[in-house]
Design a binder for this molecule. Structure first.
Ligand code: SAH
Length: 348
C-alpha cells in the first residue's frame, strides 16, 4: 500500500482532485499530518467520513517502529527503525547551538563502496521511498515533541547515496520543506553526495535553496581512487566540472567534506592540493574526525595533526572548520548501528 507520506503538498492536491475531493482537503490532510502530527485518520476531525474512509483504504499512515534508541553523553540520539518490509535503517538527531539537526538515511545499504565507511558493509537492498524518508523526520519530531523541541535542520548524510535515489530524495525534501507542513527551511537542508556528476548537474537545474556538500576526502585521483571507488567513474576533473556548472547557475555556497585519515590524506602536500581545488569556488571545507569502524583498518588523524592541517588551510585563505565529534560513544558513524544490529541478528 502506498504511504500518505509519499505525497508532496502538490501531489496531495492532485490526488484529492483526481478522486473528486477538493483542493482544500489537501491543505487539511497536510496540516493534520505535519502540523498536528496525528497518525490516525480518525483523528482528522474536520475531514468528511467519506474522505477518511477513502484514505484508510488506500494509503498507510503511522510512524516508524523504533527498534533501538541510543542516547549519547552529548545527547545525540541515534534511532534504529524498522520499515514495513522488515528492513532496518538509522537516523540520528544532533543538538547544536543553532538548532536540532536530523541526519536522514536514503537507501537500505549502500553500493558506493567507500573503503572507510560502515554503510557499505551491507550492500544496497533498495532505495527508500520518499515517504520512508519523511517518516524518519516525523517519527523523530514526534519523539521530541514531548520536550517542545523542533527539528530545524536536515542533513541528507545517512546511509545511502542521495543522488542514486534522486527523485525520491527531492520529493522528500519538498515535502518537509513546505510552509504548510514542517516548514524546515531550504537553507537549513544539506544534501551530501560522494560525487555523482549527473546528479549534481540535475540538482543544479532544480534551482532550489538546498545546500550541497561534496564528500571529497582526497585532493587527487590517486588517493581518491583508493578510498572512494566511485572516483573511477567520476574522477576529480569530472566532479569539478559538474560543480562549476552547479555554481554557474545556482549561486549557493558549496561545502567539501574531508575526513582526516591518518597516513592516507592528511599530509601537507594534501593541504596544498586541496587549496588548489577550492580556488574556483565559494566553498567551505569541513574537516571531519574519522569515526573508527572496527572492520576497517583506518585511524583518525590525531588532534594535533588535524589542527595543523586546519591551520595550514586557514593560512591559505580557505574557509574551514574542524568538526567536533558527536555521538562516537553510540556508533553514530554512518551505518555502524545498523551493521551491528544486522550482524547480531545473523549470529542469533
Ligand atoms: N553518500 C553520501 C551521503 C552519506 S555519507 C556521501 O557520500 O556524501 C555521509 C558522510 O559521512 C560522507 O561524507 C561520508 O564520507 C562520511 N562518513 C562515512 N563514514 C564515516 C566515518 N566512519 N567517520 C566519519 N565520516 C564518515
Amino acid at each position: 500500500m502506498k504511504s500518505i507520506y509519499d505525497f508532496s503538498y502538490d501531489q496531495l492536491i492532485e490526488m484529492c482532485l483526481a478522486n473528486d475531493f477538493k483542493k482544500y482537503n489537501a491543505n487539511q490532510i497536510f496540516s493534520w499530518l505535519y502540523r498536528k502530527r496525528v497518525t490516525d485518520y480518525d483523528k482528522m476531525t474536520d475531514i468528511s467520513k467519506n474522505l477518511r474512509q477513502f484514505l484508510k483504504e488506500n494509503y498507510s499512515i503511522g510512524t516508524l517502529e523504533t527498534l533501538q534508541l541510543q542516547i549519547s553523553k552529548d545527547s545525540t540520539r541515534k534511532y534504529l527503525f524498522r520499515l514495513a518490509d522488515g528492513s532496518s535503517i538509522e537516523a540520528v538527531l544532533m543538538h547544536y547551538d543553532y538548532g536540532n539537526c536530523i541526519c536522514v538515511t536514503t537507501q537500505v545499504g549502500c553500493n558506493m563502496g567507500c573503503t572507510f565507511c560502515a554503510s557499505g558493509l551491507l550492500k544496497k537492498q533498495r532505495d527508500l521511498t520518499s515517504g520512508e524518508m519523511v517518516q524518519q523526520v516525523l517519527t523523530v519530531q514526534k519523539d521530541i515533541d514531548q520536550s517542545d523541541k523542533r527539528i530545524s535542520h536536515i542533513v541528507v548524510m545517512g546511509t545511502g547515496e542521495p543522488f542514486d535515489n534522486y527523485d525520491n530524495v527531492i520529493n522528500f525534501l519538498n515535502t518537509v520543506n513546505h510552509d504548510l507542513g514542517l516548514g524546515i527551511g531550504a537553507r537549513h537542508i544539506t544534501i551530501s553526495t560522494c560525487g555523482l556528476a549527473e546528479g549534481i548537474r540535475r540538482f543544479a537545474q532544480e534551482k532550489t535553496q538546498y545546500n550541497l556538500a561534496i564528500s571529497l576526502h582526497a585532493p587527487n585521483n590517486e588517493i581518491r581512487n583508493q578510498i572512494m571507488p566511485i572516483n573511477k567513474a567520476y574522477p576529480i576533473e569530472k566532479l569539478m566540472e559538474a560543480l562549476k556548472y552547479y555554481t554557474s547557475i545556482n549561486n549557493r555556497r558549496l561545502s567539501f567534506e574531508y575526513i582526516l585519515l591518518q597516513g592516507v590524506n592528511d599530509t601537507d602536500s594534501c593541504v596544498d592540493q586541496l587549496v588548489e581545488l577550492t580556488r574556483d569556488f565559494d566553498v567551505y571545507v569541513n574537516l571531519i574526525p574519522y569515526n573508527r569502524v572496527d572492520e576497517k583498518g583506518y585511524v583518525s588523524t590525531d588532534y594535533k595533526s588535524a589542527m595543523a592541517f586546519y591551520d595550514r588551510l586557514m593560512r591559505k585563505n580557505v574557509r574551514c572548520t574542524l568538526r567536533q565529534k558527536m555521538g562516537d560513544d553510540i556508533d553514530a558513524a554512518c551505518g555502524q548501528l545498523r551493521s551491528k544490529y544486522e550482524r547480531e541478528k545473523i549470529n542469533e
